[in-house]
Design a protein around this ligand. Structure first.
Ligand SMILES: [Zn+2]
Ligand SMILES: [Zn+2]
Length: 382
């Protein structure tokens, strides 16, 4: 990167803010003391501003995975601004490009350019240089229509300073802790939320499994979900970005999903988009077959046993294909039923059958994998 391509204000901010945050924490610890109410405010701000990004900037504005009332949109804009990650318009522009060009040259935070590039270094390049494009409003025309988002985009810096620093300081001054509010709930919290949300672009494309697709680098991991407000189920998210959930199982840690769901129960948000089960399970089945094929390939290469493995694979695959056909038939009648808006109990019955078929596929695939793994040894014994 050339000197004149560096975004100096951003770079300076990311050098100075962590230093300031550490100094701030030390200062408060030594001279003022941590006020319990300020600690509570900090925890609140960590969640409110983080979910402003994940629930607001990401799942609502960038992906339109649900619709929200004015109040909720306002709150997202307010707390999202306080995360200091630029305006909804700019953020969504980058994010939509991330999905469109994932892992390729035009992906603004492509992991293929290195872990640290995806985490933070991409931000240090001035817009209009290198792969960092100017914001093209055509890609975010739907968002540009919203006067609140246009206002936030135009006056981002003052709004951000107000919401991220002055707001927590003013609240904390209610219990006489203006400085603690500014340094802990403001500055230190900003640094924490930055690193936590940046993990979505770095760690979530690096650590974990790929149960839904290997066409991109995104990965599922409950560990990253813990730091990223539930966005750690990133393999699922890249495969099905319109789903309002990232962790689709009820127990998977995705507080962003839980909040959206809870808000839908009291009418604050609606039209929550969910990918139908049969599509999700089909993706998982496809991935499993891919893994099976890769394993067989590897074993073929291990010389001498190609024939026995080929025979094993062939007979096993015939079984899998039969199960798959049954699954497809169930899935298409499920789709029909949904179209005809059939009763809940009928769909439920069908869903049970579908899941049973899926499990059978899983079981057979695992058996076959074991068999292939063992293959050469068994043959050698004979
Ligand atoms: Zn991603
Ligand atoms: Zn996304």
């Amino acid at each position: 990167m050339k000197w004149n391509e560096i975004n100096w204000p951003t770079l300076l901010f990311f050098i100075l803010s962590p230093i300031g945050a550490i100094a701030g924490v030390v200062y408060v610890a030594m001279y003022i003391g941590f006020h319990p109410a300020t600690i509570a405010l900090t925890v609140f701000m960590i969640f409110a501003t983080g979910i402003g990004i994940t629930g607001g900037y990401h799942r609502l504005f960038s992906h339109k995975s649900y619709e929200a009332s004015k109040l909720v949109r306002w709150l997202y804009v307010f707390f999202g601004s306080a995360a200091l990650e630029m305006s909804v318009i700019e953020w969504s522009y980058d994010h939509r490009n991330h999905h469109r060009y994932v892992d390729h040259e035009k992906d603004p935070y492509a992991i293929t350019k290195g872990f640290w590039f995806a985490h933070i270094l991409w931000l240090f390049r001035k817009r209009g240089t290198g792969n960092r494009e100017e914001v093209d409003l055509n890609l975010v025309a739907d968002l540009w229509k919203d006067p609140v988002l246009r206002f936030q985009h135009r006056f981002y810096i003052p709004i951000a300073l107000l919401t991220s620093f002055l707001f927590p300081a003013a609240i904390a001054s209610l219990w006489g802790d203006f400085t603690g509010g500014l340094l802990i709930a403001g500055l230190a919290r900003t640094v924490w939320v930055h690193q936590a949300t940046f993990c979505i672009n770095s760690v979530c494309h690096f650590l974990g499994s790929q149960p839904y697709s290997d066409r991109h680098t995104a990965r599922d991991s409950w560990i990253t979900a813990l730091v990223t407000y539930g966005e750690g189920y990133h393999n699922y998210h890249h495969e099905f970005p319109v789903d309002y959930r990232n962790g689709i199982r009820r127990w998977q840690y995705d507080p962003t999903k839980w909040l959206i769901f809870a808000m839908s129960k009291v009418g604050l948000v609606w039209n929550l988009k969910r990918i139908p089960d049969e599509k999700i399970l089909a993706a998982k089945m496809e991935m499993r077959e891919k893994k099976l094929a890769a394993l067989a390939e590897k074993k073929f290469a291990a010389a001498g046993f190609a024939e026995s493995i080929a025979a094993m694979k062939e007979s096993g695959e015939r079984t899998l294909v039969r199960i798959q056909e049954r699954f497809d038939a169930l899935a298409s009648s499920m789709k029909e039923m949904r179209k005809e808006k059939k009763s809940g109990s009928e769909i439920k019955d069908l869903r049970k059958k579908l899941i049973r078929t899926y499990r059978l596929h899983e079981q057979k695939a695992i058996e076959l994998m074991r068999e292939i793994q063992r293959g050469p040894r068994a043959a050698a014994a004979a």
